[in-house]
Ligand binder design. Structure first.
Ligand code: FAD
Length: 433
């Protein structure tokens, strides 16, 4: 029996398991409470190349590849039928992966857990019972929980980590508020057979601007994940159940109705609402939150799993790399957390910024303007070079490689302000409620 669990993580999703595995690699004794209540179907199936870097660090890429679909990039279909295709660079730059995967979620989560267990992490199948803390802790495990989990041997871990996803268990208990996003969307999704993905290359994810809202099509081995994201007002009158609403929305949208003409739904339909929020506080004495439990911006560019796993990486490198002794130095620990959360907030802000260009329609309008420019001046070297440079900067922003890059963000801001000409109103490309 182990008597020295130093860190207890609540929630064994991608954020929790990644942190647990990274800590185990450092030899830090870690325990994960997981309620094991994951449904068979979960959103978060399309990954970014930066996640592959983390898979390699955890030593799981080959096992992920065995059950996943290789993803070469993303295509965006505008309402007028034009499309914008982003493919990850043909060659790996500075050893960075130039591809990603589309993953069946339960398998992926199970593998992360298996890997953490292989590295020595202890998993306990139960919810952690928590209460307001004392002795310098803001939150703590109840005495009953401490005594009922033999691996803890009655000793309270030095740090509790909230990785319960959108349940935000610690924040709710402590009354930590969150800044909410401005959208009022609901997402419905399911897996289908015989549904056209309209990808230009195998595995390409396709995001479509619909008459109302937008949709994703994520190719997975033997099936297609189809999701619609619409303002709550748009699904009123489209049935009572999630199944009815997803089917009615597909039928109401000409692009999806045509692509899904012979479709067969092979899973139940899942519903997600109110997912855009960022906590006002991510840590306090004796605790820290990560992944969705800290914040999630929007699913449009698939930043969720990257942010979940990257927040674990940031905590590992920004706090635990300094040595486990830091957990006994509250002021030093708080400062290290502050630095990590400043970076995390900047990531969220950067994702929010780039995603907004798709919602406002500016990204599509910029593309349309670029096409016209190429037609007129494509034979000249300078416009060709400019277009190539802009496309590569945008790909870097979207892929998570350089989403926070000031240069890339300013270039995009400048381009959407000054380079959109002769393409009709930008609002025509916008995502409508
Ligand atoms: C509509 C939509 C589409 C999305 N699409 C994508 C996408 O394509 N790609 C992408 O990368 N991301 C996507 N995301 C985001 C992604 O799903 C999340 O960001 C990601 O799952 C966060 O991981 P996590 O580990 O923080 O939380 P979670 O995955 O939610 O894991 C939390 C874990 O904690 C457990 N738990 C909860 N409460 C307790 C408790 N009290 N005690 C013990 N255990 C508990 C749960 O069972 C679960 O296993 C999407 C999100 C939405 C809403």
């Amino acid at each position: 029996m182990n008597s020295k669990i130093e860190v207890a993580i609540v929630g064994g999703g991608p954020a929790g398991c990644t942190l647990a595995a990274l800590l185990a690699q450092r030899g830090i004794r870690t325990l994960v409470f997981d309620d094991d209540k994951r449904p068979d179907l979960l959103v978060g199936e399309s990954l970014l190349p930066s996640v592959v870097t983390l898979m390699r660090r955890l030593g799981i890429e080959e096992r992920v590849a065995a059950f996943s679909q290789h993803k070469p990039g993303v295509g965006f279909l505008a309402r007028d039928g034009s499309r914008l295709d982003f493919f990850f660079p043909q060659r790996a730059i500075k050893g960075r992966p130039n591809y990603a995967y589309n993953i069946p979620r339960p398998e992926y989560d199970n593998l992360l857990r298996t890997r953490a267990e292989e590295l020595g992490v202890v998993f306990v199948k139960r919810r952690a019972e928590l209460e307001g803390g004392n002795e310098g802790r803001e939150i703590q495990l109840t005495a009953a929980c401490l005594s009922e989990v033999p691996e803890l041997a009655g000793k309270h871990p030095k740090l509790l980590v909230d990785s319960t996803g959108r349940a935000r268990v610690f924040a709710r208990l402590l009354g930590v508020d969150a800044a909410r996003g401005k959208r009022n969307d609901v997402a419905y999704f399911a897996h289908f057979e015989n549904f056209e993905s309209e990808g230009q290359r195998d595995g390409q994810v396709v995001i479509t601007t619909l008459e109302h809202g937008w949709s994703w099509r994520i190719p997975l081995p033997g099936r297609l994940s189809v999701g619609v994201v619409v303002d709550k007002s748009a699904v009123k009158g489209r049935g009572e159940t999630a199944e009815e609403r997803l089917e009615a929305t597909i039928e109401a949208e000409p692009v999806l109705a045509a692509a899904g003409k012979g479709r067969r739904r092979i899973t139940p339909v899942m519903t997600y609402t109110n997912y855009q929020l960022i906590s006002e506080r991510g840590h306090g004495p004796g605790w820290v939150a990560m992944g969705d439990a800290f914040g999630f911006v929007d699913p449009m560019l698939s930043p969720g799993l990257f942010m979940a796993m990257h927040s674990a990486d940031l905590l590992d490198s920004g706090v635990f790399a300094k040595g486990i002794g830091i957990l006994d130095q509250p002021e030093r620990l708080a400062k290290a957390f502050d630095r990590v959360f400043a970076e995390l907030r900047d990531w969220h802000e950067a994702w929010g910024e780039v995603i907004e260009y798709f919602y406002t329609g500016q990204m599509y309008a910029l593309h349309a303007a670029g096409e016209q420019l190429s037609e007129k001046y494509g034979k000249f070297a300078l416009p060709r070079l400019m277009e190539k440079h802009l496309t590569s900067q945008i790909t870097r922003l979207l892929s998570g490689v350089a989403t926070r890059s000031r240069y890339g963000r300013n270039l995009l801001k400048f381009s959407t302000k000054h380079l959109i000409w002769d393409v009709g109103p930008v609002e025509d490309y916008a995502i409508r409620a």
